[in-house]
Design a protein around this ligand. Structure first.
Ligand SMILES: [Fe+2]
Ligand SMILES: [Fe+2]
Length: 157
């Protein structure tokens, strides 16, 4: 993803959330009966959604969640819940990536993934980000997240 240069950790993660939401909206548009897009377009878009979510979940689990854990205290189980939601998303992603072409099954799986991510992002925004803002160095953490994201995406930070 682009133009993340000076974003702090929460801004960077939320920019990812917004970017992937746009991709889900675009997929839904292509999957309507008046479908202006081809099955190949849908397959390519689904692949991009899956790839971006995979990197996003990984940098959260490697960097953001561990940094946040000490600040959560007895609410640390929020992170277990968040990781379980990542695992559910990964199962949907694996099923989507396992399909050879875009079809009704892929459309339904993308809808399910969109709903699961909506729910998960709301929890991150409502429950995790406020605690992060209150207790972490978000600028430094943003740099770490950006560096790792670039590595995983195979480009320079
Ligand atoms: Fe997440
Ligand atoms: Fe997230």
């Amino acid at each position: 993803m682009t133009e993340l240069a000076n974003k702090n950790a929460c801004e960077l993660l939320d920019a990812d959330h917004l970017a992937v939401k746009h991709l889900f909206v675009e997929y839904a548009r292509l999957a309507t009966p008046q479908d202006p897009g081809t099955a190949a377009d849908r397959k390519a878009l689904a692949g991009r959604i899956c790839a971006e979510l995979t990197v996003h979940a990984q940098i959260e689990e490697e960097i953001f969640y561990p940094a946040l854990a000490p600040a959560l205290g007895k609410d640390r189980d929020l992170l277990d819940e968040a990781k379980a939601e990542h695992d559910q998303a990964r199962q949907l992603i694996a099923r989507i990536e396992g399909l050879k072409e875009a079809n009704d099954e892929m459309d339904a799986l993308v809808v399910s993934l969109n709903q699961a991510i909506d729910h998960h992002v709301k929890e991150e925004r409502d429950e995790l980000f406020p605690k992060a803002r209150a207790s972490l160095d978000l600028a430094a953490l943003g740099q770490q997240l950006r560096k790792r994201q670039s590595e995983l995406e195979g480009r320079k930070a």
